[in-house]
Design a protein. Structure first.
Length: 216
């Protein structure tokens, strides 16, 4: 078993060393290559503008929050939430905890004050078990929770960007989320590795007049 883990570790290190996004992230002082997925989504869908209020769910290690803070500038406000502690980021207000908890939502409300988010971004993923059906179900739970959260707090024209794993139930999840937002697009940014099942939902315009949020 140990030799298999060592081989996997070596393969991972070799892949990282060859990855141009890893090298570019280091060159630009970003904390992970994941930042380029958000940058590419931004170029596709014009997600950011100066002065925006942004909430980053599952923010650790922080590269998405780094990018968001740069894009919104000092006039904007970025809140990063994660259950893990990670080093501070200039221009980012950090909250440690589970965003679904009432205590953490209160901390977020206190941080936002009278401000409503323009954009909620979520690169959340579960701890992978290696069992596809289990991992798929856990991912679906996370993206639905993120969607309910965004639906509840975004401005009327606000946008949610959330990661989802492709699979047999992905379309059903997308259909559920479409009940909460007027627009729901699927994106696969080039920085997502080709073998990865991850895709991103870009949704806009929470529907609040006649639709209630998804049941827990």
């Amino acid at each position: 078993m140990g030799s298999k883990r060592t081989a996997r570790s070596r393969a991972w290190i070799a892949r990282q060393e060859k990855d141009p996004y890893v090298r570019e992230a280091k060159a630009r002082a970003y904390r992970s290559r994941a930042v380029f997925k958000l940058e590419q989504l931004d170029k596709k869908d014009s997600l950011f503008r100066r002065g925006m209020v942004v909430v980053d769910l599952g923010a650790a290690p922080g590269s998405w929050s780094q990018y968001a803070a740069q894009k919104v500038g000092p006039e904007g406000f970025v809140v990063a939430l994660d259950r893990l502690n990670f080093p501070p980021i200039p221009g980012v207000f950090q909250i440690t905890g589970d965003f679904t908890g009432a205590d953490i939502q209160q901390k977020l409300n206190d941080a936002l004050g009278a401000r409503q988010p323009d954009l909620v971004i979520s690169d959340l993923a579960p701890n992978l078990s290696g069992v596809q059906s289990v991992d798929q179900a856990a991912m679906e739970d996370l993206v639905i929770a993120a969607s309910r959260f965004a639906w509840s707090c975004l401005k009327p024209k606000g946008v949610l960007v959330a990661k989802l794993f492709e699979g047999s139930h992905a379309m059903g999840v997308r259909n559920q989320i479409s009940c909460l937002f007027r627009d729901c697009q699927i994106r696969k940014p080039p920085a997502s590795r080709s073998h990865s099942a991850e895709i991103y939902l870009v949704t806009g315009g929470p529907i609040r007049q006649t639709i209630t949020p998804l049941a827990p």
